[in-house]
Design a protein around this ligand. Structure first.
Ligand code: NAD
Length: 427
């Protein structure tokens, strides 16, 4: 791989890792917009990467050690912002990619934050609640010098939730000697969380699907939707889209999925999942694998689980007219090319799932001002920000004959590059 920007970076995109996908997207945007080689080179490298060892006590008295990370990709436009993921596959390259996408995402939404991400390589399902808390508090302690309301503000991602954010907030506050609610977002409302944050990413995904359908002249009541991943984002999106009149025909989690042509009722699935722990086995629906779900005949496909699920191997079999990337990086660079050649309308992750960071920004603003908004206010402002971002990306895509992803990267990368240029290169 040639890592020399300005000298025609030659990335081997056949490898499909999230980091390679993220670099290929940046390189393409840099070429399309004629980005100066110096700026391109700065933006290719994360500003700082922290790798930490996280030892913690298991319930049986033994010690376990996990690997953790926190990466700041860019902080030129404001403090670093990004979620924390607990997953066995977490590694530095994945965290770097997710941090880079956060940088562009904040810029596309005009949120004054830079991009960060963190993670621990662990399967939290194998830990008791007490072990999870001890691991979280130790990880938070290890990344303590990196985070803070003015420096870097973590949030939930895969397998992390508001309880974990509360433990991080408490760990940070105990070390400070006073309460610091603004150090994390996505925390419970009781300790300074924002109303509307838990469903914000999904609500934003719904707004982006509606903006897309409007541009295509299709009514939401006319569409069928398939959703991969039934967690915080996918599960909530299923409910919101169902409530808005869309026909949710398929959903899945890591253990498999469900399909019913005439539509599923998310409330009934939630009741089933509460008891069974998984969506599979829901009565009255056909089983479908995660691979099959991506290839179902539907109008809108919403990947809301992990990276790299649509690649050169299956992109030609995706039959949806619209793919809205609720997950980060679900389509590889070459897979994306195949979809766009086939005329599939892809709403890119850095636009589609920016509702989460937008309301995280609202939460941080509310914490700093110690003045809290109504859920109505939160949802209203979220809709305005996301619809403006969609319009800006859509307009540029039309003007320059770009895909929505290319246009979103052009705008995101452009705003960050402009901030660099305006501030100048230190010293
Ligand atoms: P989550 O842990 O709440 O849910 C993840 C879901 O995906 C679960 O249903 C899980 O079973 C399923 N899943 C995991 N591995 C899978 C696999 N290999 N195949 C199919 N399904 C699988 O996580 P989440 O917060 O909903 O995040 C989902 C995606 O959305 C991630 O890509 C995340 O980065 C992205 N995202 C989340 C937020 C947020 O606010 N939580 C914001 C922006 C983007």
């Amino acid at each position: 791989m040639n890592e020399q920007p300005g000298h025609e970076p030659q990335l081997d995109t056949s490898k499909d890792s999230p980091w390679e996908t993220a670099l290929a997207q940046l390189d393409e945007a840099a070429e399309l917009m004629g980005l100066a080689p110096g700026a391109h080179e700065i933006l290719r490298a994360p500003k700082r990467s922290l790798s930490v060892s996280v030892p913690f006590r298991m319930d049986d008295g033994s010690t376990r050690v996990c690997q953790g990370y926190r990466v700041h990709h860019n902080v030129t436009r404001g403090p670093a912002k990004g979620g924390i993921r607990y997953h066995p596959n977490v590694d530095l390259d994945e965290v770097k990619a997710l941090a880079m996408w956060m940088t562009w995402k904040c810029a596309v939404a005009r949120i004054p934050f830079g991009g960060a991400k963190g993670g621990v390589a662990v399967d939290p399902k194998g830990l008791s609640r007490a072990e999870l808390e001890r691991m979280t508090r130790r990880y938070a302690s290890e990344i303590l010098p990196f985070i803070g309301p003015e420096k870097d503000i973590p949030a939930p991602d895969m397998n992390t939730d508001e309880d974990i954010m509360a433990w991080i907030m408490d760990t940070y506050s105990m070390n400070s000697g006073y309460s610091v609610p603004g150090v994390v977002t996505g925390k419970p409302v009781a300790i300074g969380g924002s109303r509307g944050r838990s469903g914000a990413t999904s609500r934003g995904v719904m707004y982006m699907i509606f903006s897309t359908l409007k541009s295509l002249g299709i009514a939401p009541e006319e569409v069928s939707v398939a959703i991969q991943g039934y967690g915080k984002v996918g599960g909530h999106a299923a409910q919101l889209l169902h409530d808005a009149g869309c026909r949710v025909i398929a959903v899945s989690d890591v253990d498999g999925g469900l399909y019913r042509e005439r539509g599923l009722d998310p409330e009934a699935i939630n009741r089933h999942k509460k008891e069974a722990g998984v969506v599979a086995g829901f009565p009255g629906a056909d089983p479908v694998s995660n691979e099959e779900l991506l290839e179902l005949e539907c109008d809108v496909l919403v990947p809301a689980a992990i990276e790299g699920v649509i690649t050169v191997k299956n992109a030609d079999r995706v039959r949806a007219r619209v793919v809205c990337e609720a997950a980060n990086g679900p389509i590889t660079f070459e897979g994306d090319k195949m979809l766009s050649e086939r005329g599939v309308f892809v709403v890119p992750d850095i636009l589609a799932n920016s509702g989460g960071v937008t309301v995280s920004y609202f939460e941080w603003v509310q914490d700093i001002q110690a003045y809290f908004w109504s859920e109505e206010d939160v949802n209203d402002r979220l809709r305005q920000i996301m619809e403006r971002a969609f319009d800006e990306v859509h307009t540029l895509a039309a003007e320059k004959h770009l895909t929505m992803r290319q246009a979103a990267h052009w705008i995101g990368v452009g705003r960050v590059a402009e901030a660099h240029l305006t501030r100048g290169l230190f010293p």
